[in-house]
Design a protein around this ligand. Structure first.
Ligand code: G3I
Length: 318
């Protein structure tokens, strides 16, 4: 069974994966990526980010993003846009710029409006705001917050809504999958945006987990977000381990994937699940956490791991 096929049977909109332009020369990889019963949704891992799409002020380059868009459209796969505003992967003119609050707000509005507008009608959802918080619930001390306070957030959301009224607008975060100051801070932000009439449709739970450490309050925590009247998605799922991989670790990883899928299945508001690439070959984990890896459902040889069956079983429990 394909993962998207079993997700649809469980009532979800999609099961999807992130991918990146350099990976598209790998023919056996692309054969799996192109299977729309396996993946019903695609996220560009890098090529729609700010550094890729507006490298110089007012100069927009959508070539790489369009390659991913064309691939998904050709396969009949949904798209999630990733992302409008994030403190990483910024071009230097933004990262090291000196702006007044008003200047940066209009830069954010122009970037989000132009980016989202380029793909109008083609995106299921956009991660408009990515990783705005620290784990302690304070805001990231990034160029956006340091210059505008929180004003850049409604500015980005309103600009996105104005150029694509039908795309679902998300805030995407990690370490909000369990109760704590970061989840609470995001909930407070959502309430504030809602009370001000700012569009906010969904929460993206990145879900970069560690084998054996899927939060035990995952379902309870999802409920606290659903209570705010937003939909949600699992947007960047992977489950990493300390290498080398062993049968015991792979068996636990299978359980962990199943647990996460079960938690999505438990909520009609959980629209779908995206893995942050599907093969260990292209996982971001070893680059970011030396000594860790094997986080994906397919191994380095594009062979399905026990985790694959965990995903299937998770959806079939619906
Ligand atoms: O583009 C340059 C290339 O010119 C250069 O030769 C090469 C050498 O290192 O680096 C290339 O840039 C890399 C870029 O990916 C594109 O491949 C960066 O070094 C590398 O750091 C960057 O990593 C990306 C990372 O975001 C940046 O923080 C990962 O591929 C991407 O998977 C990852 O995705 C993020 C989500 O956007 C947000 N949530 C967390 C997730 C994992 O970090």
């Amino acid at each position: 069974a394909g993962l998207h096929a079993v997700a649809k049977t469980a009532g979800k909109l999609y099961f999807g994966t992130a991918t990146d332009n350099p990976e598209l020369t790998d023919t056996p990889y692309v054969a799996i990526l192109d299977d729309n019963m396996m993946f019903g949704q695609i996220t560009a891992a890098n090529s729609m980010k700010w550094d890729a799409t507006e490298p110089e002020q007012g100069v927009f380059t959508f070539d790489q993003g369009d390659v991913i868009r064309n691939l998904a459209q050709g396969n009949g796969q949904l798209l999630r846009g990733h992302n409008c505003v994030w403190h990483e992967q910024l071009p230097d003119w933004v990262a090291f710029g000196t702006f007044t609050s008003d200047e940066l707000i209009s830069i954010v509005e122009n970037h989000c409006g132009t980016l989202v507008g380029h793909y109008t009608g083609q995106m299921y959802a956009w991660d408009v705001i990515n990783e705005a918080f620290n784990d302690d619930g304070t805001f990231q001390q990034d160029i956006f917050f340091n210059t505008t306070g929180t004003a850049y957030i409604p500015a980005a959301l309103n600009a996105a809504r104005a150029t694509d009224p039908n795309a679902k607008l998300y805030i995407n975060e990690f370490n909000i999958e369990f109760a704590g100051p970061k989840a609470t801070a995001l909930q407070n932000l959502i309430k504030e945006l809602q009370s001000e009439g700012v569009p906010i449709d969904g929460v993206g739970f990145q879900s970069h987990f560690i084998v054996g450490e899927v939060p035990t309050d995952l379902v309870a925590n999802f409920q606290t977000f659903v209570d705010l009247d937003v939909e949600f998605a699992i947007t960047e799922l992977d489950v990493r381990m300390t290498l080398p991989e062993t049968d015991a670790l792979l068996a636990q990883q299978k359980k962990d994937y199943e647990t996460v899928i079960n938690a999505c299945v438990a909520f009609p508001e959980c629209v779908g699940v995206t893995v942050w690439d599907f093969t260990d070959t292209f996982s971001w984990v070893p680059g970011a956490f030396p000594g860790q890896g094997a986080a994906c459902p397919w191994d380095d040889n594009l062979v399905r791991k026990p985790a694959f069956d965990g995903i299937v079983t998770g959806f079939q429990s619906a």
